[in-house]
Design a binder for this molecule. Structure first.
Ligand SMILES: [Zn+2]
Length: 241
């Protein structure tokens, strides 16, 4: 009997701990106005190509390029950045979450491109989970909509793992549909990917410091990257202090 009681007690404790853990995961520290670090997440990578169309590079390459440009622009705006990957490697979602949650005073921005069987569907979407990330998500979507000929597919909540398990405000940006002729063509253009990064960076800087602070670096847009600084040579996790 005592054995049974202790077992019941143990089960109860485990249940309680699990409940605690769940509560802890769900609690978001609202750093949406005070953050000093931006975790930049290039979606997919390595064996996980993401959306793929014969006519252009796979999603994993487009996300890495936009993330890389975003990272540079944020550092130019005096924000610290951490990239979850900076080369074509596979990073499990839980590892991305761990990188994200191990920072101090951070926000998380995940870059993706979209895919649909319906070729006609195009435009931008931004997702968030915690209400603390709502403002940032709306700001990013609004800045993307200043790009000429862009289509607004809205800001939505989603249960994506990298958003749900984040202990900081986290958003996921879908930068257009690779399955759509217009969006796909744009995603193949270096200038356009620079524009995407620029608008997302502007939204993030505005979220932190208010309007008028962000200055796009025209130099960064036209200067070719020296090969020694190519993303393929950097470690999987880059910490920029
Ligand atoms: Zn994706």
């Amino acid at each position: 009997m005592p054995r049974l009681i202790s077992r019941a007690f143990a089960v109860g404790c485990v249940t309680l701990l699990a409940a605690c853990a769940t509560t802890r995961k769900a609690a978001v520290e609202n750093t949406s106005k005070t953050f000093t670090t931006v975790v930049v997440d290039a979606g997919h990578g390595g064996k996980d190509t993401g959306a793929y169309r014969r006519s252009g590079p796979p999603e994993k390459m487009a996300t890495l390029d936009v993330a890389d440009r975003l990272d540079r622009k944020l550092r130019e705006s005096q924000l610290k950045t951490v990239m979850t990957r900076s080369s074509d490697v596979f990073i499990p979602l839980d590892e991305r979450v761990a990188i994200e949650n191990s920072q101090k005073n951070a926000i998380f921005v995940s870059i993706h491109f979209n895919d649909s069987r319906r070729r006609g569907i195009h435009g931008f979407e931004t997702y968030y989970h915690s209400p603390d990330a709502n403002e940032l998500a709306n700001r990013i979507q609004a800045k993307l909509m200043t790009i000429p000929n862009s289509a607004n597919r809205g800001v939505h909540t989603a249960n994506f793992r990298v958003l749900r398990l984040a202990t900081y405000p986290a958003v996921l940006v879908e930068c257009g549909f690779l399955s759509n002729r217009h969006d796909g063509n744009e995603a193949r253009s270096t200038e356009y990917r620079e524009l995407l990064a620029d608008r997302i960076a502007e939204a993030i800087v505005e979220q932190r410091y208010g309007p008028g602070v962000y200055h796009a670096s025209a130099e960064a847009a036209v200067q070719p990257q020296p090969p020694s600084e190519g993303p393929g040579l950097a470690p999987a996790t880059l910490r920029h202090d």
